[in-house]
Design a binder for this molecule. Structure first.
Ligand SMILES: *Cc1c(COP(=O)(O)O)cnc(C)c1O
Length: 353
C-alpha cells in the first residue's frame, strides 16, 4: 500500500472529529535505523535503533501532530492558527497552515530559536513575533488569545496533536514486530512522551505487542519533572526542550511510572557529546534530539540500567540541519588554500596521518 501520510494510514486509530480534513506533506513513515556501532560504544550486548524523526517534512516529529491539528482546525472552519514555539512547532505549524490555506501566528522566546527553524516559519509565510520572555510565557499568552478569539491553538495542549504523534509508536511496533524493551526520548513540554505512551498502549490493546519501559530525558538546566517543581529560568543548549513548566508534565510522569521507566536529566555536555557520537554514526540531529540517548548512556555508565539482550529504540526528534550553530561554533574554520595542486595534496595527506 502506498504511504500517504499519518492521517491516511492511521486515522481510524485516532480519536478525532469527523470534520478533520487530510492536510498532509506525507509526514511519518520515518526510518528506524539500526545503530550497532553506537550500541557497542555504550557497552554492547543489546540492539539499538534510532527512530529518526528528523526525516519528517519540516525536520521534526511535530509534523505528525500538526497534520492532524491543522486538518481539524481547517475542517471546523478556522482561518487562523497560533502557537508558542521553541522553533520546530513554528516551522511545522507554518508549513501545514500554508498547505491548508490558513494564516499562522507564532510566538517565540527572543533570541532562543535556531536560525533554520525561524527561517522555515518565515518561508512558509507565518507571522512571527518574538517576546521578551520564555517559551512558558509565550504559551500562556497564546492560550489566552485562543480562548478569547476564534484562533485555533496548535500547541500540544491541543489533543489532536497527540493523536497524530502517537503514530510513531505504531510504526515502531510494525517494524520490530513488537514493542521494544526500552524507548528513550527527550522531554520538553512533554507532549511527545505522552503520545508515545498512548500509542504503545493502544497498539498493545489491539495486537498484544507488549509495552516498552520509557526513559524520558530532560536537560539538566531545564528539568522540572526531575526536580519536582517548575523552573523559572530554564537554560540549556538543547533549545527544543528549554521548557520550565511542561504542559503535560503530569502525564509524562505517569507514562514513566506506569511503564516502569523514569524521567531523568542529562547535562549539556552529555547531550553535546551524544550529538557528536550520533553524527559519527552518520545521523546528525539537533542537540535536544540527542538527550534521550545521552540519558541512556548515563544510566548504563552508572550501572543503573541493564539492557543486555534487550531492544532499545531512541527517538531522535529533530534534524541537525536546522540548528547548525552549535557545530559551527565548535569547529575550526576549513583550511583555505590557493588553487595549487601540490599545496592541496600536501594538506590532504597531512590531515590523513
Ligand atoms: C518539541 C521537541 C522536543 C520536545 O517534545 P515535547 O513534546 O515538547 O516534550 C524534543 N526535541 C525536538 C527536536 C523538538 O522539536
Amino acid at each position: 500500500m502506498e504511504f500517504a501520510g499519518v492521517y491516511a494510514r492511521y486515522h481510524t486509530w485516532m480519536d478525532i472529529p469527523e470534520h478533520t480534513l487530510p492536510v498532509t506533506l506525507l509526514e511519518g513513515n520515518t526510518p528506524l535505523i539500526p545503530m550497532p556501532k553506537l550500541a557497542e560504544s555504550l557497552g554492547g550486548g543489546f540492539s539499538l535503533w534510532v527512530k529518526f524523526e528528523g526525516m519528517n517534512p519540516t525536520g521534526s516529529f511535530k509534523d505528525r501532530g500538526m497534520t492532524i491539528a491543522i486538518g481539524e482546525a481547517a475542517g471546523r472552519g478556522a482561518k487562523v492558527v497560533i502557537c508558542a514555539s521553541t522553533g520546530n512547532t513554528a516551522a511545522s505549524a507554518a508549513a501545514y497552515a500554508a498547505r491548508a490555506g490558513l494564516r499562522c501566528v507564532v510566538l517565540i522566546p527572543k533570541g532562543k530559536v535556531a536560525a533554520g527553524k525561524l527561517a522555515g516559519a518565515v518561508a512558509h509565510g507565518a507571522d512571527v513575533i518574538q517576546i521578551e520572555g520564555s517559551f512558558d510565557d509565550a504559551l500562556s499568552v497564546v492560550v489566552e488569545i485562543s480562548n478569547r478569539h476564534p484562533i485555533a491553538l496548535v500547541n500540544s495542549l491541543n489533543p489532536y496533536r497527540l493523536e497524530g504523534q502517537k503514530t510513531a509508536a505504531f510504526e515502531i511496533c510494525e517494524i520490530l514486530g513488537s514493542a521494544p524493551d526500552w524507548l528513550c526520548l527527550p522531554v520538553g513540554n512533554a507532549g511527545n512522551i505522552t503520545s508515545y505512551w498512548m500509542g504503545f498502549r493502544q497498539y498493545h490493546a489491539a495486537h498484544s505487542c507488549g509495552l516498552p519501559h520509557i526513559l524520558g530525558v530532560q536537560a539538566q538546566g531545564s528539568a522540572p519533572l526531575v526536580l519536582g517543581h517548575p523552573v523559572e529560568q530554564p537554560e540549556t543548549v538543547a533549545t527544543a526542550i528549554r521548557i520550565g513548566k511542561p504542559a503535560r508534565g503530569e502525564e509524562a510522569l505517569s507514562a514513566a511510572s506506569e511503564s516502569g521507566g523514569q524521567i531523568m536529566a542529562a547535562s549539556d555536555d552529555e547531550i553535546l557529546a551524544m550529538q557528536r557520537l550520533l553524527a559519527a554514526s552518520g545521523v546528525w540531529v539537533e542537540p535536544a534530539s540527542a538527550a534521550g540517548l545521552a540519558g541512556l548512556k548515563k544510566q548504563l555508565d552508572q550501572g543503573r540500567m541493564d539492557v543486555r539482550g534487550q531492544r532499545v529504540v531512541a527517538v531522535c526528534t529533530g534534524h541537525g540541519m536546522k540548528d547548525p550553530d552549535i557545530i559551527a561554533k565548535s569547529m575550526q574554520p576549513p583550511a583555505l588554500l590557493p588553487l595549487d595542486y601540490k599545496a592541496i595534496e600536501k594538506t590532504i595527506l597531512k590531515g590523513l596521518q
